[in-house]
Design a protein around this ligand. Structure first.
Ligand code: COA
Ligand code: MG
Length: 287
C-alpha cells in the first residue's frame, strides 16, 4: 500500500526523530539536506546513521523510512554513510539529470553489497527543484529502475521561476500536472505532493491537497505533525466511495460475463472499462 503522508524530520535532531514514527505519518523523510545547516552535515549523518540502524527492517515497522540526501554530487557519499536495512529509499535533493540519478543508484548497489541486501533493495525518489529538472522529468524518472516516484521541490522552483502562489495555487498547476504525466509515462508511481510551509492553516492545506488529489497525486509531503491527519484523510477513499466502486466492479463483471462491454450505473452514467479501471484504483487505495 503506498504511503499517503511523508513527514520530513530534521536529521540533526535525535530528540525529534525519537518520537517521529509515532506521529501518524505513513512515511518519514529523514532530512540531511536543507533542514541541516552546512556545518552540521557530518554530525547529522552520524545521528541519522544511529537512527536508521536501530529502526526495524523495511516493511516490518509502522512507518516507511526514507532519507533525503544532498545534491551537488554529495548524494553517493550520503547514501553509503546512512544506508541500512531499515531504509526503503533515498530522496535525491535537487536532482538535475539522469547521470546524478545513476551515480546515486551505483551508491545504492555498493551499499546493498556491503550490507548483504538483495540487488535493488533501495529505491530512489528524485526531487525536481529547477525548471530544467521539471522539463526533464521523464528522463530522470527513467534513469534507473530504482526510481519509484518523483517529487517536486516547489520552494526552490518558485524562487527560480519567480512564481508567487495565489489562493488556488494555479500558478503551479502546469508543473504539478506535467510531473504526474511524466511519472505515468515512465511507468512509475504518482509523484508525492509538495510541502505546504503554513502548518497553521489546515483548511487551506485540505483544499490544496484535494486539488492535487484530483490531479492524480496519491500522497503528500508534510513538515509538521499537525498536517498529517488532513493529508491522510484526503488520500483515503471514504466508505461510500469504496462501496460504490465495489458495486460498479461487480456489475461490470456481471455485464461482461453476459457479453457486453458498456452499461449505465445507478445515476445513469455510462460505464466502460476506463471507468472500471478508476474504480479498481479506488479499491486498491482503500484502507
Ligand atoms: N517531525 C517530527 N516531529 C515534529 C516535527 C517534524 N517535522 N515538527 C514538529 N514536531 C514535533 C515537535 O518536536 C513537538 O514535539 P513535542 O510536543 O514532543 O515537544 C511537536 O511536534 C509540536 O511541534 P511545534 O512546537 O508545534 O513545532 P516546532 O516549533 O517544534 O517545529 C518546525 C516547527 C517547522 C521547526 C518543525 O516542524 C520542523 O522542523 N519541520 C521540518 C522541517 C524540515 O524538515 N524541512 C525540510 C523539508 S521542507
Ligand atoms: Mg529545498
Amino acid at each position: 500500500m503506498s504511503a499517503r503522508s511523508y513527514l520530513y524530520v530534521p536529521g540533526d535532531r535525535p530528540d525529534v526523530l525519537a518520537k517521529a514514527a509515532g506521529r501518524g505519518a505513513d512515511a518519514l523523510i529523514v532530512d540531511l539536506e536543507d533542514a541541516v545547516p552546512a556545518d552540521g552535515k557530518d554530525a547529522a549523518r552520524k545521528v541519522v546513521r544511529e537512527y536508521v540502524t536501530a529502526a526495524p527492517v523495511a516493511g516490518s515497522g509502522p512507518v516507511e523510512l526514507w532519507v533525503r540526501v544532498n545534491g551537488d554530487g554529495v548524494a553517493p557519499e550520503d547514501i553509503v554513510a546512512v544506508a541500512s536495512p531499515s531504509v526503503t529509499g533515498f530522496c535525491l535533493a535537487k536532482a538535475e539529470n539522469a547521470e546524478e540519478v545513476r551515480a546515486a543508484a551505483d551508491a545504492c548497489a555498493a551499499a546493498e553489497r556491503a550490507l548483504g541486501l538483495g540487488d535493488g533493495a533501495f529505491l530512489l525518489a528524485p526531487l525536481l527543484e529547477s525548471a530544467a529538472a521539471v522539463l526533464d522529468a521523464r528522463t530522470i524518472a527513467g534513469a534507473s529502475p530504482r526510481v519509484s516516484r518523483l517529487q517536486v521541490g516547489e520552494a526552490d522552483l518558485r524562487a527560480e521561476l519567480g512564481v508567487t502562489l495565489g489562493a488556488d495555487e494555479r500558478e503551479l498547476l502546469h508543473v504539478r500536472s506535467s510531473v504526474v504525466l511524466a511519472s505515468v509515462a515512465a511507468g512509475i508511481e504518482p509523484p508525492v505532493g509538495p510541502v505546504s510551509t503554513n502548518f497553521r492553516d489546515l483548511d487551506a492545506l485540505r483544499e490544496s491537497t484535494l486539488a492535487i488529489s484530483r490531479l492524480g497525486y496519491r500522497g503528500r509531503a508534510c513538515i509538521h505533525p499537525a498536517q498529517l491527519a488532513v493529508v491522510n484523510e484526503v488520500f483515503t477513499p471514504s466508505e461510500e466511495e469504496v462501496e460504490a466502486a465495489r458495486r460498479l466492479v461487480a456489475r461490470f463483471e456481471e455485464v461482461t460475463a453476459a457479453g457486453s462491454g458498456v452499461f449505465t450505473d445507478e445515476s445513469g452514467r455510462m460505464v466502460d472499462l476506463a471507468v472500471v479501471r478508476q474504480a479498481r484504483r479506488v479499491l486498491a487505495s482503500a484502507r
